[in-house]
Design a protein. Structure first.
Length: 175
């Protein structure tokens, strides 16, 4: 037996999805951070990833002015940070200052990552496509930092934070 679901619920059938923080440079030179879980791998060569970002987000405005960003992959200890950065806009609050987040500089991208992340993927904006009520932001990966001892060819011996809507998160343990 199946039941009908409204078409706009489809996105929730494709979650849980990884919880990440997207960091961008603000026009005043400071940085903004927002939570994003609609992220996906796209291409190995060239190395591309994609993030669906609603155009009303301050993050999108920052991205259109400075085409670099980082995608920081989170573990369960960053759940509260993810919830805060996913419900408050950088237009109103300097989230990095408010949460006293520490920044980690990369060498090939001028936008930093957030300390405490499991991995930081530094990107240059490759393309910005129409994606309905979101933009499909494609980033060309310039550089990656990953925490010691949790990644060999794939994740290992680590807990990842996944999100599936509302305030619902789940931890996935990779042996
Ligand atoms: C766990 C979680 C995941 C989210 N994923 C996305 C996403 O993939 N794309 C998006 O546009 N907004 C997403 N949001 C909403 C934004 O993070 C939220 O609107 C944020 O306040 C935008 O911040 P900004 O205005 O500073 O850019 C998510 C929120 C949460 C809590």
């Amino acid at each position: 037996m199946y039941k009908q679901l409204a078409p706009e619920r489809a996105c929730y059938l494709l979650m849980p999805a990884p919880t990440t923080l997207v960091v961008t440079k603000r026009p005043d030179g400071k940085f903004n951070v927002m939570t994003a879980s609609w992220v996906m791998p796209l291409s190995r060569n060239p190395p591309l990833i994609a993030v669906a970002i609603a155009p009303r987000r301050y993050t999108y405005e920052c991205l259109t002015k400075h085409g670099e960003f980082t995608v920081c992959v989170l573990g369960p200890d960053m759940k509260d940070v993810a919830m805060y950065c996913g419900t408050v806009s950088g237009r109103q609050v300097d989230k990095i200052e408010k949460l006293n987040l520490k920044l980690i500089n990369l060498s090939k991208v001028t936008v930093p990552g957030i300390e405490g992340s499991l991995a930081i993927i530094g990107c240059k904006l490759w393309k910005d496509y129409d994606g309905g009520d979101h933009r499909i932001i494609v980033g060309e990966v310039q550089e990656i930092l990953v925490k010691e001892n949790c990644f060999a060819d794939t994740w290992k011996n680590v807990e990842l934070l996944y999100y599936y809507g509302g305030e619902k998160f789940i931890t996935i343990r990779i042996p």
